[in-house]
Design a protein around this ligand. Structure first.
Ligand SMILES: CC(C)(COP(=O)(O)OP(=O)(O)OC[C@H]1O[C@@H](n2cnc3c(N)ncnc32)[C@H](O)[C@@H]1OP(=O)(O)O)[C@@H](O)C(=O)NCCC(=O)NCCS
Length: 158
């Protein structure tokens, strides 16, 4: 397995792996996210794990977050947005190699911390983060609420 930054030729395979990681994410949403990544003012990186036959078996997506991230002590920080290895290739060190490439990329850009998150209901992901040197910082529940004035219009206050 070769660990390297992605190229334009990886697009179809990268999308295939993204769908496997986020099966509930619609194709339209996937396209939007990929375009946003490419257009970002502070571009991150996509690292891929390539098999002998040019097929991919894993990838990691990293962004640079310029807002404060809970538990970190520097700004900006590198943020592991996606980290995935196909099931039959897991527990062979590929995830760790992807992470090492991510860290080298971030260090080369002067970043001092790598942050990430995991769903509470995936303890294996939490355990893997801990095995790879991450420290748990906090557990959070996210909320959103549509907001309107009483009249129903969405004017901003003076
Ligand atoms: C997380 C993931 C990318 C790890 O990939 P991987 O190739 O299996 O990881 P590695 O083989 O390099 O293992 C790295 C370390 O984590 C540990 N580990 C891996 N899977 C584990 C599990 N299920 N439970 C506990 N520890 C685990 C390994 O033992 C290893 O530590 P060690 O070197 O001290 O033994 C992979 O399991 C995956 O794709 N999971 C589903 C998606 C996901 O949860 N992604 C993270 C959030 S986006």
């Amino acid at each position: 397995v070769t660990i390297r930054p992605s190229t334009a030729q990886d697009l179809a395979e990268w999308i295939r792996l993204r769908r496997a990681l986020w099966p509930d994410c619609s194709p339209a949403r996937q396209w939007l996210e990929i375009q946003q990544l490419a257009a970002s003012q502070h571009p991150g990186v996509v690292i891929v794990a390539e098999r002998d036959n040019r097929a991919l078996c894993g990838f990691a997506e990293v962004s640079i977050r310029h807002e404060h991230v809970d538990g970190t002590s520097s700004v900006p920080v590198a943020y592991l947005e996606a980290w995935y290895v196909e099931r039959e290739f897991r527990r062979q060190g590929i995830g760790r190699q992807l992470l090492e490439a991510v860290e080298a990329w971030a260090v080369a850009r002067g970043l001092k911390e790598l942050a990430s998150d995991a769903e509470l209901e995936t303890p294996s992901s939490i355990a893997t983060h801990l095995s790879c040197g991450f420290r748990e910082t906090c557990r959070a529940v996210h909320f959103v609420k549509p907001i309107r004035t009483r009249s129903g219009s969405q004017t901003l206050p003076e």
